[in-house]
Design a protein around this ligand. Sequence first.
Ligand SMILES: *Cc1c(COP(=O)(O)O)cnc(C)c1O
Length: 399
Amino acid sequence: MTDWPELERKYFMRTFERLPLTLVRGQGARVWDDTGREYLDFVGGWAVTCLGHCHPAVVEAVSAQARTLIQVSNQFYTIPQLQLAELLVQNSCLDKVFLCNSGAEAAEGAVKLARRYGKLHLKGAYEVITATGSFHGRTLAMVAATGQAKFQEGYVPLPSGFVNVEYNSIEAIQAATTDQTCAVMLETVQGEGGVNLPNDLYLAEVRAWCDLKGLLLILDEIQTGIGRTGTLFAYQQYDIEPDIMTLAKGLGGGVPIGAFLATDSASVFVPGEHGSTFGGNPLACAAGYATLKFVIENDISDNAGQVGQYLLAGLEGLKQKYHFITDVRGRGLLVAIEFDSDIAQQLVLACLDEGLLVNRVKPNALRLMPPLIIGKEEVDEALDILDNVLVAVMGRKEV
Ligand SMILES: *Cc1c(COP(=O)(O)O)cnc(C)c1O
């Protein structure tokens, strides 16, 4: 049998810390490795496979589109991208769509749009305020936007025009606002930073501040969008509406696609000011359209909300049982469990041994982001495995 990890060492840049597992197949919430062993997947392609692996709606749409038209270019009208744009606008508070290929590209495009807006309407203001603990992607500008030193240190000097301020503090945003500020960019719920929820009034206060100062509010819903938190977009649970919103991860049901949306008044690009070769291609858009349509027509967001509450309740039970669990939190099926020591990696490996894939989001915290189509049975299965693993790793420290 081929030694795939050996091939990786030989040929692939060392950017990823891999787990000792080569996956070859997926179906629903399950994946299989190259030895045929089955795993329950609570990573979900990094919060991407919202309908589970190889969902028939996505597979059919991609297969049919691949036989019909894969790529032309944005000089021409193509139908899947327009169908997807219409569906996104009809189901959100925003009016116009730009399609791209990834999250970082969506966030970067959103910032470019905010800068154009600043040039036109805010006397050339260009600065974007972002939060500590945020994550907006890996391009140089989005690394500058991302308020975490570990993503920035190796790449200085970073593009200017970003101010990272303390998360969950409206005062910090107010203090950082100058006549150079054009926008505030926040994740509705912080994902990569550890599943950090906004305080009760935070987002409403930020919205009010942006309104007062004429700034754009950009919500990065790349991870929280497409049903993940229990509503189609997470902003719907916080009684606010953004001026610009970014999407990616769940949007293509596993196929790479990104998007940013804006209100009519914030949609200030004119032809030639932004673009993409692959963005909006028929293949990815067919996947996006099929995914979004399925999510909307089958109330998948609602399932994520209900099953998410069930998962959170189960984890609360574990927290009652084990004193070394310090916190469980989340919205819908974006959930974290935090521990009083840095045992997350050990737990990831132990879960893997037991047939469950989970993510170490911080040295002391796990993140669960299973497909949104799972039921309570799969949650029970995952909770059982977690319970066993906690006992094994922590050596029966029940209280
Ligand atoms: C994953 C993520 C990104 C980056 O997306 P990529 O597709 O990896 O470029 C940006 N913002 C948020 C909130 C994310 O979760």
